[in-house]
Design a binder for this molecule. Sequence first.
Ligand code: ADP
Length: 258
Amino acid sequence: MTTVAERRLRPMVPLRLRDVVKTYGQGDNAVRALDGVSLDVPPATFVAVMGPSGSGKSTLMHCAAGLDVPTSGTITLADQVLTDMTDDALTALRRERVAFVFQSFNLLPTLDVIQNVALPATLAGRRVERRRVLHAIERVGLGDRARHLPAQLSGGQQQRVAIARAMVAEADVLFADEPTGALDSVSAHRILRLLRAAVDETGQTIMMTTHDPIAAAHADAVLFLVDGRLADRLDRPTAAQVAEYVAAQAGQRMTEAG
Ligand code: ADP
């Protein structure tokens, strides 16, 4: 058993993709969801991924997180090349080094908030101090719900449990799929500040999909996917710059379709 204080150093390569292609289906029905994506996410970096519906954001997240296997190309996650790994090693990597804040919340229905927050660390065989678990639950604003079951929480509150869990797990790489999509603006702002702090204070690396320019503006870089390709990136943009870019792209698509 290791304790948090004994934890290893952060990875040199939290996330790297090289020429990643993902094709669904066969022959005439084949869809190229990712069409040669290469990217490097340096340590302690927060990237946002934006793009129209169907542009490949979910596929990118699933492949990058080792939940889905690309058709070709290589992915390095927490210094390990996913394509070289056995299923067991991949499961261990996901459990120990990766955290997920996904819309399907991945909370266990029979465990209360405290137990759900402590779960990944417990599964990985690490001792977690109750004080840290309660602190994370406080930070996401659920201090008065610590003994509730997931079914007794709203969607947004469940999302916040997933975020508290990611904080306690101290994962190297955190994948967040629309983490603020179900939240009111006050809760959304709180979550984004927590994600930002995880990067700045604990050196986590985050990849987040979002449709919201305000959320994207919390990231160090915003990547834009179009038809499974990385079309553009903005570094440290303001929300206004992101909104302007998204509007211009939508306008261009309408002209092309028109
Ligand atoms: P986004 O998250 O940006 O909406 P997705 O990654 O979900 O995009 O989808 C990218 C493309 O791949 C879309 O054309 C979608 O229809 C297709 N796709 C995604 N998942 C599957 C699947 N399991 N089977 C077939 N096609 C899929």
